[in-house]
Design a protein around this ligand. Structure first.
Ligand code: NAD
Ligand code: GLY
Length: 359
């Protein structure tokens, strides 16, 4: 088991990483001061596996439980789902003396977190992430929100949970593709922050892909430490937090060009990291050997590394639409060697050239 503090003054909380920790959810919610009705927001896929265990744990700790479901899928991360959740919170009598439990992957976590941030101007919430991506990334740091027809995550709030409870055993039911997609974010932390973690990923591929619990705990623990440190120094993304977007500039573009159907997020980020490594080499920040190691690691974890076919103008528009862009140039995160990041600014046209997508 590991317990990591996220130090954010009055918004501080702990991340608990443990096998079988769902059973202790109720007690841990009590320990962090939760009371009243526990509104468990999830989806049918996750509820089928873990709804009962979560309900039993909360009831055993004396909470009344209201189970609320949204449909499964990114396409439901929208205002219609949010409004239904508000209806259900109202019907269950959830008020400021109650709390929300977000049980699921990043979609449920983001929507349930935003519901908690906005219902009655904010009620406490607890994250119980059940995908690897949610366990190493989205459940930590307080970004909550929904998509808008104009783009992903356009409506949202920074709203920190009171507790993040990670039960690594929940990954046993996750499909391999989603698991590997989460590994892309894990690899990202190694590339931009920690060359020893990168080497750990190189050395332990077989065990990690076999989901050996001790290795899962190790990679989740190391990822959460790295993410928490960034969030602690820039909670509301006024600057530094943007480094977490390594691989995401091209990643978001390919994700959006595939209509959010062809590639899942982590796969798009995997390709985006290969391109970011190439940009870094072209800028003299890393060697060709570093690019080869990054490419090889991503590929050996079964993630895509080749750029999908694209229309040049559409790709340029899509890269330019990245919401972190300012004026003509946009913030682009590079790797210095392996284990360090560097923030750069480029136009989309320059990025196409530097990444080798355009000769
Ligand atoms: P997801 O939430 O759609 O989950 C993927 C699939 O796995 C879903 O079908 C889900 O029902 C299923 N699932 C979840 N847990 C399971 C389990 N234990 N067993 C079996 N099936 C399970 O996708 P995701 O990759 O977890 O999250 C992607 C979302 O996260 C995107 O909307 C993205 O914008 C968001 N995100 C947010 C942040 C943040 O900081 N808030 C960071 C990164 C990504
Ligand atoms: N996933 C990016 C962030 O949390 O800032």
């Amino acid at each position: 088991m590991s317990i990591l503090p996220v130090n954010l003054a009055e918004n501080s909380y702990e991340i608990v990483i443990e096998r079988g920790s769902l059973a202790s959810l109720g007690q841990r919610c009590r320990a962090v001061g939760m009371k009243g009705v526990a509104a468990v927001i999830s989806n049918p896929t996750v509820t089928a596996h873990y709804g009962t265990a979560v309900q039993e744990s909360l009831e055993a700790a004396g909470f009344a439980v209201a189970r609320i479901e949204m449909p499964d899928g990114e396409e439901y991360k929208n205002s219609a789902s949010l409004n239904r959740i508000y209806d259900d919170l109202g019907a269950a009598g959830v008020d400021r003396s109650s709390f929300v439990v977000a049980l699921g992957g990043g979609v449920v976590g983001d929507v349930a977190g935003f519901a908690a941030a906005t219902w009655m101007r904010g009620i406490p919430f607890v994250q119980v992430p059940t995908t690897l991506l949610a366990q190493v990334d989205s459940s930590v740091g307080g970004k909550t929100g929904i998509d808008h027809p104009r783009g992903k995550n356009l409506i949202g709030a920074f709203y920190q949970p009171r507790l993040v409870l990670i039960d690594v055993d929940t990954l046993a039911t996750l499909d391999q593709r989603q698991f590997r997609a989460g590994l892309a974010e894990v690899i990202k932390y190694g590339v931009i922050f920690d060359h020893l973690f990168f080497e750990f990923m190189e050395a332990n591929r077989t065990g990690i892909l076999a989901m050996e619990p001790e290795l899962l705990i190790e990679i989740i623990h190391r990822s959460c430490i790295l993410k928490s440190r960034v969030v602690e120094s820039d909670e509301k993304e006024s600057g530094l937090r943007a480094i977490l977007n390594y691989g995401h500039t091209f990643g978001h573009a390919f994700e959006s060009l595939s209509g959010y159907r062809g590639l899942v997020h982590g796969e798009a980020v995997a390709i985006g990291m290969v391109l970011a490594a190439r940009v870094s080499a072209a800028e003299g920040m890393c060697s060709q050997n570093d690019v080869s190691r990054i490419y090889a690691l991503i590929s050996r974890y079964g993630l895509p590394v080749e750029t999908p076919l694209y229309d040049r103008q559409q790709l340029l528009n899509s890269v330019a639409a990245d919401k972190k862009s300012k004026g003509d140039s946009l913030t682009f995160i590079c790797n210095r060697g392996i284990g360090m990041y560097e923030m750069t600014h480029h136009t989309p046209e320059e990025l196409l050239l530097l990444s080798g997508l355009e000769a």
